[in-house]
Design a protein around this ligand. Structure first.
Ligand SMILES: *[C@@H]1O[C@H](CO)[C@@H](O)[C@H](O)[C@H]1NC(C)=O
Ligand SMILES: *[C@@H]1O[C@H](CO)[C@@H](O)[C@H](O)[C@H]1NC(C)=O
Ligand SMILES: *[C@@H]1O[C@H](CO)[C@@H](O)[C@H](O)[C@H]1NC(C)=O
Ligand SMILES: *[C@@H]1O[C@H](CO)[C@@H](O)[C@H](O)[C@H]1NC(C)=O
Ligand SMILES: *[C@@H]1O[C@H](CO)[C@@H](O)[C@H](O)[C@H]1NC(C)=O
Ligand SMILES: *[C@@H]1O[C@H](CO)[C@@H](O)[C@H](O)[C@H]1NC(C)=O
Ligand SMILES: *[C@@H]1O[C@H](CO)[C@@H](O)[C@H](O)[C@H]1NC(C)=O
Ligand SMILES: *[C@@H]1O[C@H](CO)[C@@H](O)[C@H](O)[C@H]1NC(C)=O
Ligand SMILES: *[C@@H]1O[C@H](CO)[C@@H](O)[C@H](O)[C@H]1NC(C)=O
Length: 560
């Protein structure tokens, strides 16, 4: 026993002594079970003069006295009487107080200190009380879990060997629990050990748990006046309750497209979480045990629809999700590479089917165009046609298709232009060619230089320079797999010359001049006859002037 405990016990004794009833000079002393009882004689006051001996006795149940020891004043040591209960446990102190070691509950009786003097015998009666603090309470027989709403034993709180018995109280999260006949029921029992007489208390708590008890701790507490309250270790429980709601989740890319894998995941809000489920698919019911999900590996458009799940074999509690499988089919005709001849037509058809609204855009050679209508094909219609079909509302759902249009045509020389070179000797001949595939150009003369413009829209200009050797008849011959064309010009060392075309133009111009003269004559006659009129002569003048100008230009060209 350490010093603080000693002083504590001393303080306790002082308290108990102060509280002890003093009935006709009877003192009461308190002791701790198992420790030594000190029973004072004569209130520890000095003994009177002429003491001969001091004798300690106790009162038996039948009222008779039993002697314990006698100490003669002339002797150092006391004489002990053979009382089996007290063999080896007794001693007497300096103040003649009786020391009883290993206090038991049987020691709770009345002791009598008899002081005999030469003239008198004085008796001091002292009642002894023995107290024992019960053991720290322990909770046992707790269940593994609690079911919500069921009045169920939380545990048995046991506190052993106290005197007097301890009081047990129960707490939930530190708040006192009291029997209410509904959700809390506390039953206390006490049992006295037959030999020691110590009392073991047992308190059983029955409690109807709620969901909020998930992390709640339960403790029991024993109060005993010898010490501050003693608290058990806490117990906590998993709280079990059934699901009230089931939830289905669709784990899939968004948007879902054909070929995607779709996982349906089901969960319940019960505790412990439900582990097995039933999935209601479009055409079948799947039970999955110890798993919360069902996967459809590769979805197709016909799998669009409602999907449900429930707890295993418990269809009443279910949840539904809608799965939409998006698709986009596009068929563009023609496809690949199409070859047509100039003037022919191509029927372009785009058939499409989708789960969503579509937007179609067209491109020709990467330039945005309107939807093509390819009637009466020209060379410029050739190219790469691409359409992009997009479902605006469904991210990532789009398809592109394309075809290559090749427009072919027989070679044709549109013109052959002669020019006199800067040096006045060489001639430049430009053959303007149209046709596809690109025609090859051949001349019947040796060219000193050859130039060619880019081949665009089926057309290009092939230009040579040459030095005429007298009067040459020059042919420009163009050919491709579809045929050939030729154009002839006469080239001479003399600058004055004409070709067929120039003659034609001259003919036309002459014709026009004649027509103008005839018109002027008619006008003149008309004016003469009517002697009135307001003809717009200025316009006519200009027209003939322009014609003259054209004529001059043409002459210049052909006589280059
Ligand atoms: C006191 O009690 C203890 C334990 O019960 C025992 O070992 C011891 O011998 C007892 N002493 C006496 C004097 O009876
Ligand atoms: C029991 O719960 C209460 C309230 O949550 C907390 O304050 C207390 O520390 C807990 N006691 C133990 C022993 O865990
Ligand atoms: C134990 O409970 C009883 C009855 O409720 C009460 O009289 C007594 O004072 C309590 N004792 C302690 C130590 O709390
Ligand atoms: C699906 O269930 C299996 C088996 O229980 C599990 O291993 C897997 O993690 C679950 N998948 C998902 C996405 O929850
Ligand atoms: C889902 O629950 C509702 C209401 O309980 C019930 O009418 C329905 O049939 C259930 N669905 C399935 C697929 O079991
Ligand atoms: C194009 O369509 C029209 C009418 O639908 C049809 O008469 C014609 O034969 C088609 N032409 C081609 C080349 O398919
Ligand atoms: C072109 O020149 C070659 C030699 O360079 C000559 O043999 C040939 O006759 C010439 N052809 C013409 C059409 O002048
Ligand atoms: C070229 O033609 C002109 C007129 O037609 C003629 O006068 C001249 O002699 C010719 N020259 C040659 C080299 O044949
Ligand atoms: C070229 O000259 C010849 C002979 O001089 C003539 O017969 C022919 O018609 C001329 N051709 C052209 C296109 O002027």
């Amino acid at each position: 026993m350490d010093s603080s405990a000693v002083s504590w016990v001393a303080a306790l004794f002082a308290m108990i002594s102060a509280l002890a009833l003093q009935v006709e000079g009877i003192d009461t002393v308190s002791a701790i079970y198992g420790e030594t009882i000190t029973v004072p004689c004569n209130d520890n006051k000095k003994l009177p003069e002429g003491v001969v001996f001091v004798k300690w006795k106790y009162e038996q149940k039948d009222g008779t006295s039993q002697s314990l020891l006698t100490k003669s004043i002339v002797k150092d040591r006391a004489d002990f009487d053979a009382s089996p209960e007290y063999v080896g446990r007794l001693d007497i102190g300096k103040q003649n107080e009786l020391l009883v070691s290993n206090a038991t509950l049987q020691d709770q009786r009345r002791f009598n200190c008899m002081v005999a003097t030469t003239s008198d015998v004085i008796e001091h009666l002292v009642n002894v009380k023995v107290y024992k603090k019960p053991s720290k309470p322990e909770i046992t027989e707790s269940p593994k879990h609690l079911d919500v709403g069921k009045l169920q034993m939380i545990g048995k709180c046991t506190s052993k060997d106290g005197n007097p018995q301890g009081n047990t109280t129960w707490y939930r999260n530190g708040a006192l629990l009291e029997s209410d006949g509904k959700t809390v029921e506390i039953t206390d029992t006490a049992m006295q050990a037959p030999v020691t007489g110590l009392i073991t208390t047992t308190s059983v708590l029955r409690y109807a748990a709620q969901k909020t008890d998930v992390r709640a701790n339960f403790t029991c507490n024993v109060q005993h006046f010898l010490d501050k309250d003693q608290e058990s270790s806490p117990v906590t429980f998993p709280i079990y309750y059934p699901s009230e709601k089931v939830k289905i989740e669709v784990l899939a890319p968004s948007p879902i497209r054909e070929g995607d894998s779709v996982t349906l995941k089901c969960s319940g809000d019960g505790s412990p979480p439900p582990a097995s489920f039933t999935f209601f698919l479009k055409d079948k019911t799947e039970n999955v045990e110890n798993s919360n999900n069902y996967t459809i590996e590769s979805v197709s458009r016909d799998m669009t629809g409602d999907y449900s799940c429930s707890l295993l074999n418990d269809e009443k509690l279910n949840d539904t999700a809608t799965v939409t499988v998006h698709y986009l089919d596009v068929l563009l005709t023609p496809a690949g590479s199409v070859t047509k001849e100039v003037g022919q037509s191509v029927n372009v058809t785009l058939s499409k089917a989708s789960s969503a609204d579509l937007v179609v855009t067209w491109k020709k050679d990467n330039v945005k165009i309107d939807a093509p209508t390819l009637q009466k094909l020209a060379y410029r219609d050739a190219g790469n046609y691409e359409c992009e079909v997009t479902a605006a509302a469904v991210k990532g759902l789009k398809k592109t298709s394309s075809f290559q249009l090749i427009v072919e045509g027989k070679p044709h020389i549109k013109n052959l232009i002669k020019k006199l070179g800067q040096d006045g000797k060489t001639k430049t001949l430009s053959c303007i060619v149209e046709g596809s595939p690109k025609p090859t150009v051949q001349w019947n003369v040796n060219a000193s230089t050859v130039n060619e413009s880019p081949y665009v829209n089926g057309q290009f200009t092939h230009t040579i320079t040459m030095i005429p050797q007298g009067n040459d008849t020059v042919y420009c011959t163009v050919s491709n797999k579809l045929g050939q064309d030729q154009y002839t010009v006469n080239v001479s060392t003399y600058s004055r010359e004409t070709n067929d075309q120039t003659k034609l133009i001259v003919g036309v111009v002459v014709g026009l001049v004649v027509a103008a003269l005839v018109a002027g004559l008619i006008y003149w006659i008309y004016m003469k006859k009517s002697k009135q009129g307001s003809w717009k002569t200025g316009e006519k003048d200009r027209g003939s002037h322009e014609e003259n100008k054209k004529l001059e230009e043409n002459n210049h060209k052909s006589e280059a």
